[in-house]
Design a protein around this ligand. Structure first.
Ligand SMILES: Cc1cc2nc3c(=O)[nH]c(=O)nc-3n(C[C@H](O)[C@H](O)[C@H](O)COP(=O)(O)OP(=O)(O)OC[C@H]3O[C@@H](n4cnc5c(N)ncnc54)[C@H](O)[C@@H]3O)c2cc1C
Length: 423
């Protein structure tokens, strides 16, 4: 991998006063990206940096997507996170390359799976391969492969450490001159000639700007409303992560300390697990609950049936599903913890990135549908290119990675076939 794909965009000839609203991974990396181009940036965060979904995430990163633009974008993000120290100056790497293993049973159409792998390779992801059942048994002997026809495997996928991402990027943004204001919830906007002239925070402070970036994730539709913008098609759903202790190298047939190198493993029905530490497993499962109203103080609430003690609850169902494919999970005992956070879902599971169709100087970067951490460097790059253009554009060029079509991310698109690989 070359460093050139992360080469900074040229210094802008038109420095702009940009107000970025939302201090999660998206807002902090975007603020940094804009500042390094020479824009004058203020970042407003309602609570503290990282206090939204960014600190409640499974934090996995993959390049195995079904939308070619996203495959290229995630290759960019992986390279960006790999070069973290050079870019952000952070002491610790925010990424671990444990790989992603998507298990496929006989309900999967082999031709469709092969076509997706071929598309991903065509988009430059040469690391991804299809493993037959025999290859899967050989490479991952702790997987129970009865009923599986194989798996797709990409060793350069992995997971991130979100606290490193938002803390380092906020710090790097500050060093580049960004004014980072915490405890600054935007509650009102002033308009002039159909544009946002300034936003007002709950404590009465006024921030004016040329462009306002909505990086408020689950709160993005509300913020768009405050700014007089488009009704964003984003629904907030609560998602859970479960934790178990006692994963042992011996019971997996692994060498000492190898548990921590296990890949992110996804069952055919979308349940997933990855190591969280040497003996701890993090687990989650695709599910569609009814949408909720995003509330700063309600992010951690565990709804009835989702707690870790509920014997017949969702967590136990997840435990059972994973045990069928990773038998060592069955020996681990009980789930000891559960955490919750918001997914900001779009109908087709692609984000909304672009200028608002109604308010010309409002730019949305939200609706990541469970992919926002991995998306953040790519999102920031798109926002920077859009601000440079001054209007929506059809594509951007990622040096070495090729052209990326922005159509899948249009703010007012009709929900399309969309992203098929959703967990
Ligand atoms: C259980 C779970 C598992 C996940 N797993 C993954 C995964 O494996 N990989 C992955 O990439 N993603 C995953 N995600 C999704 C990922 O965490 C999010 O997409 C990502 O954190 C979004 O980052 P963000 O900066 O856009 O939003 P947030 O981190 O939510 O930041 C938005 C910020 O905006 C602030 N804000 C809101 N309204 C206002 C306002 N009016 N004024 C000022 N500030 C405001 C909020 O306080 C918040 O800090 C997961 C999420 C959950 C909950």
């Amino acid at each position: 991998m070359t460093a050139t794909s992360i080469a900074p965009l040229p210094t802008t000839a038109r420095p702009t006063k940009v107000v970025v609203i939302g201090g999660g991974v998206t807002g902090t990396i975007t603020a940094w990206e804009l500042a390094r181009m020479g824009h004058q940036v203020t970042l407003l965060e309602a609570r503290q940096v990282g206090s939204g979904s960014s600190s409640r995430s499974a934090a996995c990163i993959r390049q195995q997507f079904s939308t070619p633009s996203t495959v290229r974008g995630m290759r960019y993000s992986v390279q960006f996170y790999d070069q973290w120290h050079a870019l952000m100056g952070g002491a610790e790497s925010p990424i671990r390359h444990n790989g992603y293993l998507f298990l496929k049973d006989y309900t999967a159409d082999p031709e469709a799976v092969q076509a997706t792998v071929a598309m991903q390779q065509e988009a430059g992801l040469t690391d991804v391969t299809w493993l037959t059942k025999e290859e899967l048994d050989e490479q991952f002997p702790y997987i129970e492969s009865t009923g599986l026809q194989g798996a797709t495997w990409c060793p350069t996928d992995g997971f991130l450490f979100p606290h490193i991402v938002y803390n380092d990027s906020a710090e790097a943004a500050r060093r580049n001159g960004v004014q980072v204001v915490q405890g600054a919830e935007v509650v009102e906007a002033n308009h002039s000639n159909g544009r946002v002239a300034s936003v007002i925070t709950r404590d009465g402070n006024v921030f004016d700007g040329d462009i306002f970036v909505n990086a408020a994730n689950a709160w993005a539709p509300r913020l768009s409303g405050i700014c007089g913008g488009f009704a964003l098609d984003i629904q907030t759903r609560r998602r859970y992560l479960y934790f178990m202790e006692g994963l042992r190298d011996e019971s997996m047939g692994l060498a000492p300390d190898d548990v921590r190198n296990l890949p992110m493993t996804i069952t055919p029905r979308g349940a997933y697990c990855r190591p969280e530490s040497t003996h701890q497993l993090m687990m989650g499962w695709l599910h569609f609950t009814k949408p909720v109203e995003a509330d700063f103080d309600d992010q951690d609430r565990i709804e009835p049936g989702f707690g870790h003690n509920a014997f017949s609850g969702y967590g136990m169902g997840l435990h059972k599903e994973l045990s069928a494919f990773v038998p060592a999970v069955a020996d681990m005992g009980n789930i000891h913890a559960v955490t919750a956070g918001y997914y900001a879902d779009t109908a087709d599971h692609n984000p909304l990135i672009g200028f608002d169709p109604i308010v010309a100087n409002l730019l949305h970067v939200a609706g990541f549908s469970g992919h926002g951490l991995m998306h953040a460097p790519f999102s920031a790059r798109i926002v920077a290119c859009l601000i440079e253009a001054g209007h929506n554009i059809a594509s951007i060029n990622l040096p070495d990675l090729g052209s990326v079509d922005l159509k899948p991310y249009e703010v007012d698109r009709e929900p399309a076939r969309g992203e098929a690989m959703v967990i």
